[in-house]
Design a protein around this ligand. Structure first.
Ligand code: SF4
Ligand code: SF4
Length: 299
Protein backbone atom coordinates (compact mmCIF):
# COMPACT_ATOMS: atom_id res chain seq x y z
CA UNK A 1 0.00 0.00 0.00
CA UNK A 2 1.30 3.42 -0.94
CA UNK A 3 -1.01 6.42 -0.82
CA UNK A 4 -0.14 9.88 -2.05
CA UNK A 5 -2.29 12.73 -0.73
CA UNK A 6 -2.26 16.33 -1.93
CA UNK A 7 -3.87 19.02 0.26
CA UNK A 8 -5.14 22.33 -1.17
CA UNK A 9 -6.23 25.33 0.86
CA UNK A 10 -5.58 28.95 1.69
CA UNK A 11 -2.83 30.50 3.77
CA UNK A 12 -4.08 30.66 7.36
CA UNK A 13 -6.31 27.58 7.18
CA UNK A 14 -3.65 25.17 8.41
CA UNK A 15 -2.85 23.28 5.20
CA UNK A 16 0.69 22.45 6.35
CA UNK A 17 -0.51 21.48 9.83
CA UNK A 18 -3.22 19.23 8.39
CA UNK A 19 -0.57 17.39 6.38
CA UNK A 20 1.61 17.02 9.46
CA UNK A 21 -1.31 15.66 11.52
CA UNK A 22 -2.14 13.05 8.87
CA UNK A 23 1.50 12.04 8.60
CA UNK A 24 2.03 11.82 12.38
CA UNK A 25 -1.20 9.89 12.91
CA UNK A 26 -0.12 7.38 10.24
CA UNK A 27 3.29 7.05 11.87
CA UNK A 28 1.65 6.39 15.26
CA UNK A 29 -0.50 3.78 13.53
CA UNK A 30 2.65 1.94 12.45
CA UNK A 31 2.82 3.14 8.84
CA UNK A 32 5.74 4.85 7.10
CA UNK A 33 4.80 8.46 6.43
CA UNK A 34 6.30 11.70 5.20
CA UNK A 35 4.88 15.17 4.66
CA UNK A 36 6.03 18.42 3.17
CA UNK A 37 4.41 21.77 2.29
CA UNK A 38 4.95 23.80 -0.84
CA UNK A 39 7.06 26.76 0.19
CA UNK A 40 6.74 30.17 -1.42
CA UNK A 41 3.21 31.56 -1.28
CA UNK A 42 2.93 31.90 2.53
CA UNK A 43 0.44 34.73 2.75
CA UNK A 44 -2.92 34.73 4.42
CA UNK A 45 -5.47 33.74 1.82
CA UNK A 46 -3.01 32.71 -0.88
CA UNK A 47 -3.35 29.23 -2.41
CA UNK A 48 -1.21 26.75 -0.46
CA UNK A 49 -0.41 23.06 -0.98
CA UNK A 50 1.04 20.31 1.14
CA UNK A 51 1.81 16.68 0.43
CA UNK A 52 1.66 13.42 2.39
CA UNK A 53 2.92 9.99 1.40
CA UNK A 54 1.97 6.91 3.39
CA UNK A 55 3.01 3.29 3.03
CA UNK A 56 2.39 0.25 5.18
CA UNK A 57 6.09 -0.49 5.67
CA UNK A 58 7.67 -0.04 2.27
CA UNK A 59 10.35 2.68 2.50
CA UNK A 60 9.21 6.00 1.08
CA UNK A 61 11.91 7.02 -1.33
CA UNK A 62 10.06 9.65 -3.29
CA UNK A 63 10.39 13.34 -2.46
CA UNK A 64 8.93 16.57 -3.74
CA UNK A 65 5.55 17.56 -5.11
CA UNK A 66 2.88 14.95 -5.74
CA UNK A 67 1.66 15.37 -9.29
CA UNK A 68 -0.55 12.26 -9.41
CA UNK A 69 -2.24 11.92 -6.01
CA UNK A 70 -4.48 9.06 -4.97
CA UNK A 71 -6.49 11.47 -2.84
CA UNK A 72 -7.10 15.20 -2.68
CA UNK A 73 -8.00 17.03 0.52
CA UNK A 74 -9.60 20.40 -0.25
CA UNK A 75 -9.71 22.59 2.83
CA UNK A 76 -11.33 25.44 0.95
CA UNK A 77 -14.35 24.85 -1.26
CA UNK A 78 -13.71 28.04 -3.25
CA UNK A 79 -10.54 26.45 -4.64
CA UNK A 80 -12.75 24.15 -6.71
CA UNK A 81 -14.04 26.96 -8.90
CA UNK A 82 -10.95 29.18 -8.79
CA UNK A 83 -8.03 26.87 -9.38
CA UNK A 84 -7.37 23.40 -10.75
CA UNK A 85 -7.09 21.18 -7.68
CA UNK A 86 -8.01 18.05 -9.65
CA UNK A 87 -4.83 18.32 -11.70
CA UNK A 88 -3.20 14.91 -11.98
CA UNK A 89 -5.65 13.07 -9.69
CA UNK A 90 -5.60 9.37 -10.51
CA UNK A 91 -8.70 8.04 -12.21
CA UNK A 92 -9.54 5.92 -9.15
CA UNK A 93 -8.79 8.87 -6.84
CA UNK A 94 -10.89 10.20 -3.98
CA UNK A 95 -11.76 13.83 -3.21
CA UNK A 96 -12.19 14.85 0.43
CA UNK A 97 -13.61 18.32 0.83
CA UNK A 98 -14.53 20.80 3.52
CA UNK A 99 -17.71 21.86 1.76
CA UNK A 100 -19.44 24.43 3.90
CA UNK A 101 -21.35 26.15 1.13
CA UNK A 102 -21.58 23.95 -1.90
CA UNK A 103 -22.70 20.41 -2.46
CA UNK A 104 -19.81 19.01 -4.49
CA UNK A 105 -20.60 17.38 -7.81
CA UNK A 106 -17.32 15.97 -9.02
CA UNK A 107 -16.37 13.43 -11.63
CA UNK A 108 -14.53 11.62 -8.80
CA UNK A 109 -15.92 9.89 -5.71
CA UNK A 110 -15.98 12.38 -2.85
CA UNK A 111 -16.45 12.69 0.87
CA UNK A 112 -17.71 16.05 2.12
CA UNK A 113 -18.20 17.52 5.57
CA UNK A 114 -18.69 21.10 6.74
CA UNK A 115 -15.50 21.35 8.80
CA UNK A 116 -15.60 25.16 8.76
CA UNK A 117 -18.92 25.36 10.58
CA UNK A 118 -17.76 22.79 13.12
CA UNK A 119 -14.52 24.76 13.62
CA UNK A 120 -16.41 28.02 14.10
CA UNK A 121 -18.57 26.31 16.73
CA UNK A 122 -15.81 24.42 18.55
CA UNK A 123 -12.78 26.72 18.09
CA UNK A 124 -14.58 30.03 17.42
CA UNK A 125 -12.47 30.44 14.26
CA UNK A 126 -12.25 28.96 10.78
CA UNK A 127 -9.15 26.88 11.49
CA UNK A 128 -9.76 23.54 9.86
CA UNK A 129 -6.43 21.69 9.99
CA UNK A 130 -7.39 19.14 12.65
CA UNK A 131 -10.83 18.58 11.12
CA UNK A 132 -9.56 18.18 7.56
CA UNK A 133 -6.86 15.76 8.72
CA UNK A 134 -9.54 13.76 10.52
CA UNK A 135 -11.63 13.48 7.33
CA UNK A 136 -8.62 12.14 5.45
CA UNK A 137 -7.61 9.65 8.17
CA UNK A 138 -11.15 8.26 8.34
CA UNK A 139 -12.18 8.34 4.67
CA UNK A 140 -8.92 6.76 3.48
CA UNK A 141 -8.97 4.18 6.28
CA UNK A 142 -5.50 5.25 7.46
CA UNK A 143 -5.72 5.50 11.24
CA UNK A 144 -7.75 4.94 14.38
CA UNK A 145 -9.35 7.83 16.21
CA UNK A 146 -6.82 7.32 19.04
CA UNK A 147 -3.79 7.79 16.75
CA UNK A 148 -5.48 10.80 15.19
CA UNK A 149 -6.19 12.41 18.58
CA UNK A 150 -2.61 11.86 19.73
CA UNK A 151 -1.27 13.32 16.47
CA UNK A 152 -3.43 16.43 16.90
CA UNK A 153 -2.06 16.89 20.43
CA UNK A 154 1.55 16.44 19.27
CA UNK A 155 1.31 18.79 16.30
CA UNK A 156 -0.73 21.47 18.07
CA UNK A 157 1.71 21.37 20.99
CA UNK A 158 4.54 21.73 18.49
CA UNK A 159 3.11 25.01 17.17
CA UNK A 160 2.65 26.31 20.72
CA UNK A 161 -1.13 26.21 21.22
CA UNK A 162 -2.47 26.46 24.76
CA UNK A 163 -3.55 23.11 26.28
CA UNK A 164 -7.19 24.18 26.33
CA UNK A 165 -7.08 25.07 22.61
CA UNK A 166 -5.31 21.81 21.82
CA UNK A 167 -8.12 19.84 23.46
CA UNK A 168 -10.71 21.78 21.48
CA UNK A 169 -8.85 20.83 18.29
CA UNK A 170 -8.95 17.21 19.42
CA UNK A 171 -12.71 17.59 19.97
CA UNK A 172 -13.07 18.99 16.44
CA UNK A 173 -10.98 16.17 14.97
CA UNK A 174 -13.02 13.51 16.76
CA UNK A 175 -16.30 15.05 15.57
CA UNK A 176 -15.10 15.15 11.95
CA UNK A 177 -13.68 11.62 12.18
CA UNK A 178 -17.04 10.31 13.39
CA UNK A 179 -19.01 12.19 10.75
CA UNK A 180 -17.68 10.59 7.56
CA UNK A 181 -17.45 6.99 6.39
CA UNK A 182 -14.37 5.03 5.44
CA UNK A 183 -14.52 4.64 1.66
CA UNK A 184 -14.17 0.89 1.35
CA UNK A 185 -13.66 0.89 -2.42
CA UNK A 186 -10.64 3.18 -1.97
CA UNK A 187 -9.19 1.05 0.84
CA UNK A 188 -9.61 -2.16 -1.16
CA UNK A 189 -8.00 -0.58 -4.22
CA UNK A 190 -4.96 0.34 -2.12
CA UNK A 191 -4.60 -2.90 -0.19
CA UNK A 192 -1.09 -4.38 -0.25
CA UNK A 193 -0.68 -6.49 -3.36
CA UNK A 194 2.21 -8.06 -5.28
CA UNK A 195 1.77 -5.51 -8.04
CA UNK A 196 2.79 -2.72 -5.63
CA UNK A 197 6.42 -3.78 -5.94
CA UNK A 198 6.17 -3.23 -9.69
CA UNK A 199 5.16 0.39 -9.20
CA UNK A 200 7.72 2.16 -11.40
CA UNK A 201 7.65 5.35 -9.38
CA UNK A 202 8.82 3.52 -6.24
CA UNK A 203 12.06 2.59 -8.00
CA UNK A 204 13.06 6.20 -8.56
CA UNK A 205 14.94 7.09 -5.42
CA UNK A 206 14.91 10.87 -5.27
CA UNK A 207 13.08 12.49 -8.12
CA UNK A 208 11.78 16.01 -7.62
CA UNK A 209 9.85 16.91 -10.76
CA UNK A 210 8.52 20.36 -11.42
CA UNK A 211 4.77 20.64 -10.86
CA UNK A 212 3.72 21.81 -14.29
CA UNK A 213 0.06 22.46 -13.59
CA UNK A 214 0.46 24.47 -10.40
CA UNK A 215 3.25 26.93 -11.01
CA UNK A 216 3.32 29.16 -7.90
CA UNK A 217 5.23 32.00 -9.52
CA UNK A 218 3.53 34.69 -11.59
CA UNK A 219 5.41 36.70 -14.18
CA UNK A 220 4.61 40.39 -13.64
CA UNK A 221 6.11 42.45 -16.42
CA UNK A 222 4.03 45.65 -16.30
CA UNK A 223 3.51 48.20 -13.55
CA UNK A 224 0.14 49.32 -12.21
CA UNK A 225 -1.53 45.92 -12.49
CA UNK A 226 -2.37 45.34 -8.81
CA UNK A 227 -5.99 46.33 -9.33
CA UNK A 228 -6.35 43.50 -11.84
CA UNK A 229 -5.19 40.91 -9.31
CA UNK A 230 -8.44 40.32 -7.46
CA UNK A 231 -7.02 39.28 -4.11
CA UNK A 232 -10.59 39.39 -2.82
CA UNK A 233 -10.87 35.89 -4.26
CA UNK A 234 -8.57 34.71 -1.45
CA UNK A 235 -10.84 36.01 1.28
CA UNK A 236 -11.98 33.62 3.99
CA UNK A 237 -13.47 36.32 6.21
CA UNK A 238 -15.07 39.62 5.28
CA UNK A 239 -14.74 42.92 7.19
CA UNK A 240 -17.98 44.93 7.58
CA UNK A 241 -18.00 48.54 8.74
CA UNK A 242 -20.72 49.55 11.20
CA UNK A 243 -21.23 53.15 10.13
CA UNK A 244 -23.21 53.92 13.29
CA UNK A 245 -19.95 53.48 15.24
CA UNK A 246 -17.49 54.85 12.67
CA UNK A 247 -16.07 58.30 13.50
CA UNK A 248 -14.21 58.62 10.14
CA UNK A 249 -10.85 58.61 11.87
CA UNK A 250 -9.39 56.90 8.75
CA UNK A 251 -7.14 54.59 10.79
CA UNK A 252 -8.41 51.64 8.74
CA UNK A 253 -7.56 53.49 5.52
CA UNK A 254 -3.99 54.03 6.76
CA UNK A 255 -3.41 50.47 7.95
CA UNK A 256 -4.94 48.45 5.12
CA UNK A 257 -1.89 46.73 3.58
CA UNK A 258 -3.59 46.42 0.19
CA UNK A 259 -4.88 49.99 -0.06
CA UNK A 260 -8.36 48.68 -0.67
CA UNK A 261 -10.16 51.11 1.61
CA UNK A 262 -11.19 54.30 -0.18
CA UNK A 263 -12.50 57.52 1.36
CA UNK A 264 -15.38 59.75 0.33
CA UNK A 265 -14.71 63.51 0.43
CA UNK A 266 -16.14 63.60 3.98
CA UNK A 267 -13.69 60.73 4.92
CA UNK A 268 -16.32 57.99 5.12
CA UNK A 269 -14.37 54.74 4.48
CA UNK A 270 -15.49 52.10 1.96
CA UNK A 271 -13.95 48.68 1.54
CA UNK A 272 -13.25 47.55 -2.04
CA UNK A 273 -14.12 43.89 -1.78
CA UNK A 274 -12.56 42.98 -5.16
CA UNK A 275 -9.16 43.42 -3.54
CA UNK A 276 -9.82 42.99 0.20
CA UNK A 277 -8.07 39.75 1.11
CA UNK A 278 -9.69 39.48 4.55
CA UNK A 279 -6.58 39.94 6.69
CA UNK A 280 -8.74 41.83 9.24
CA UNK A 281 -5.94 44.26 10.08
CA UNK A 282 -8.49 47.07 9.68
CA UNK A 283 -10.71 45.48 12.35
CA UNK A 284 -7.76 45.02 14.70
CA UNK A 285 -6.68 48.64 14.31
CA UNK A 286 -10.10 50.34 14.36
CA UNK A 287 -10.13 52.21 17.70
CA UNK A 288 -13.95 52.22 17.80
CA UNK A 289 -14.32 48.48 17.09
CA UNK A 290 -16.55 49.50 14.22
CA UNK A 291 -15.39 46.71 11.90
CA UNK A 292 -16.64 43.18 12.46
CA UNK A 293 -15.69 39.88 10.86
CA UNK A 294 -18.09 37.91 8.70
CA UNK A 295 -17.60 34.58 7.04
CA UNK A 296 -16.74 35.07 3.38
CA UNK A 297 -19.21 33.55 0.93
CA UNK A 298 -17.58 32.12 -2.18
CA UNK A 299 -19.20 33.33 -5.38
S1 SF4 B 1 -10.82 52.84 11.75
FE1 SF4 B 1 -12.92 52.40 12.41
S2 SF4 B 1 -13.72 54.34 13.13
FE2 SF4 B 1 -11.88 54.80 11.95
S3 SF4 B 1 -12.63 55.21 9.87
FE3 SF4 B 1 -12.12 53.04 9.94
S4 SF4 B 1 -14.06 52.02 10.50
FE4 SF4 B 1 -14.30 54.20 10.99
S1 SF4 C 1 -9.46 43.00 5.79
FE1 SF4 C 1 -9.30 45.22 6.06
S2 SF4 C 1 -7.10 45.63 6.15
FE2 SF4 C 1 -7.32 43.56 5.29
S3 SF4 C 1 -7.36 43.84 3.07
FE3 SF4 C 1 -9.49 43.91 3.74
S4 SF4 C 1 -9.95 46.08 4.09
FE4 SF4 C 1 -7.71 45.86 3.99
Amino acid sequence: MKIRIRLHGRGGQGVKTAGRIISTACFLEGHCAEDSPMYGPERRGAPVLSFVRVSDGEPLEERGYIEHPDALVLLDSSSVSRSSPFYGLRTDGLVIINAPLLAPKFAFPSVAFDVSSAALRVLKKDSVSAGAAALACKALGLTSIESLSEAVRMEMNEIGLRPELIERNVELARECFSSVPTVKSFVHAHDPSPTDSNDESSEKLVEIPQMVGLQPIAAIIATGNSRLNETGLWRLTTPRIDYSKCTKCIVCFVYCPDSCITLEPDLTPHIQYENCKGCMICATECPLHAISEERAVPA
